[in-house]
Design a protein around this ligand. Structure first.
Ligand SMILES: [Zn+2]
Length: 476
């Protein structure tokens, strides 16, 4: 967190105002570069690899959308207001802290109220008495135009994909299964935002919604290539590695289609440098699934603050299209070979902000005095730093020349201030994988020293070949 704040990866919004609410964070320059690279990797490993169709929908949507989606009724957390200080407390979380036991997602309000009374749980802020428990809807309500028509900031990006489905499907001129992808912001009025980028009120999601015919979810040609891919499955408390084929044939996964998309998600994080022993696909219990899910897997990564959910993988069945068809009165069915069906949806809903936090957390380490962020080179905010060995006019001129040749094609940082050792350290700390130093030999033979962050190994590279060498090293 100190690194993030001091070097400006991310920091709290409106921090000069003491009244600023929690749960809103800004990305600084390094954070934006990191996020953009993460998105590039996502586009490569999901959208291009699977030939997905992109969309970018509105963040404000009319009330009816959330009547149909069920969010108006069911997207709520149990809360109680302190009778003494007036704080609103999310009581399921509070009970979990007090008892050390999980309080399932949809525990009835009366039951929670009973637990608070019998355990004599008090306000965590002031120790005051907690009032009755009610459900607090987590959507931000907004009012549109002069008439103040009721609308909401979307709590998940995917609703646009569902309501646009008939048009998107028609434009694509493709048959099911068909995957749509969207990157964008979502908004949740969390009672207790926490741990910086883990639980935000405004956040980025990268979502994939796969529409499929449930009757043919096992006739899925693409799955052939992942038959032997080892999935790290955590089910009923035990973690094991199962080949996709085993997971499907043993009925642990509902279909080949699900196996294929889970393998895409797992492969994505492994390719970004998450060690496989720190990743698991955890099956959610019935009482912790989202209200629309019939099968749910969380891709989780083990960080310094515990297992963190990075991707929610939900089989939403026909819940969404049926709901929107009913409320909007529009036919959302699809004609498949010999009849009409309401497609089912399998989703990979990725939290972008918390993925970045997890990747930074897993990459960061102290090696003696040296702080190093061992990000995958493809993710590092700066791909290269260019230095003159010392501040001497001919070396500076040559270093500027090398920098100029690269800076439009790569994120390159130029630095000539301070000792060379200090300049290396400052790059190590923000994850720059390579530093190119222009020294006296450069002036003689046009080669430079390329120093690698992780090994600190130095090699001589011809200035002319630097672009190619770098391009190769930055591949995912
Ligand atoms: Zn209180």
């Amino acid at each position: 967190m100190r690194l993030a704040l001091e070097r400006g990866f991310f920091f709290p919004s409106a921090e000069i105002y003491p009244s600023a609410p929690g749960g809103f964070w800004e990305y600084g320059h390094l954070g934006v570069l990191l996020k953009n690279k993460y998105i590039q990797a996502w586009l490569r490993e999901f959208v291009r690899r699977d030939e997905m169709v992109l969309i970018d929908g509105s963040q404000i949507l009319p009330k009816d959308v959330f009547v149909a989606s069920g969010h108006l009724e069911s997207f709520a957390d149990p809360v109680a207001v302190c009778q003494k200080c007036g704080s609103m407390v999310r009581v399921d979380r509070l009970l979990e802290e007090v008892t050390g036991q999980r309080v399932p997602e949809r525990t009835p309000v009366q039951e929670i109220e009973g637990m608070i009374r019998s355990l004599e749980v008090k306000c965590p802020v002031c120790g005051g008495h907690l009032g009755g428990v009610s459900l607090f809807n987590m959507m931000f309500k907004v009012h549109i135009g002069g008439a103040g028509e009721e609308a909401y900031l979307r709590p998940e990006t995917c609703q646009s994909i569902f309501i646009d489905f008939p048009r998107l499907h028609k434009i694509s001129r493709r048959k099911l299964p068909l995957a749509f992808a969207q990157l964008g912001k979502s908004f949740r009025n969390e009672i207790a935002p926490r741990q910086s980028l883990v639980r935000l009120r405004e956040f980025y999601q990268a979502e994939v919604e796969v529409f499929f015919n449930p009757a043919t979810a096992n006739q899925f040609e693409k799955a052939f290539e992942i038959r032997d891919y080892p999935l790290r499955i955590s089910d009923e408390g035990s973690l094991r590695t199962l080949r996709c084929e085993e997971a499907v044939s043993q009925g642990i996964l509902s279909s080949w289609l699900v196996a294929y998309y889970l393998s895409l998600a797992q492969r994505f994080y492994l390719s970004l440098g998450v060690p496989s022993e720190k990743l698991r696909l955890r099956r959610l219990e019935d009482d912790e699934k989202a209200f629309y899910a019939i099968e749910a897997w969380d891709l989780e990564v083990d960080t310094s603050i515990g297992w963190m959910e990075l991707v929610a993988c939900n089989n939403r069945g026909s819940y969404d299209l049926s709901g929107h068809a009913k409320v909007s009165g529009t036919d959302l069915d699809v004609r498949e070979n010999d009849g009409r069906i309401t497609p089912h949806v399998f989703e990979l809903s990725m939290g972008v902000d918390r993925s970045l936090l997890a990747l930074m957390d897993l990459s960061f380490g102290m090696e003696g005095e040296r702080a190093v962020l061992r990000l995958h080179p493809a993710l590092a905010p700066y791909s290269l730093a260019v230095f003159p060995l010392v501040d001497r006019p001919d070396l500076v001129a040559k270093a500027r020349d090398v920098f100029e040749r690269l800076r439009l094609d790569f994120d390159v940082f130029y630095d000539e201030s301070g000792s060379i050792g200090r300049r290396y350290r400052r790059q190590d700390e923000i994850g720059t994988p390579f530093c190119a130093t222009i020294d006296y030999q450069t002036l003689k033979d046009d080669t430079l020293t390329l120093r690698e962050r992780d090994t600190m190994k130095q090699t001589r590279v011809a200035v002319d070949s630097l672009k190619n060498v770098l391009s190769e090293k930055l591949l995912l």
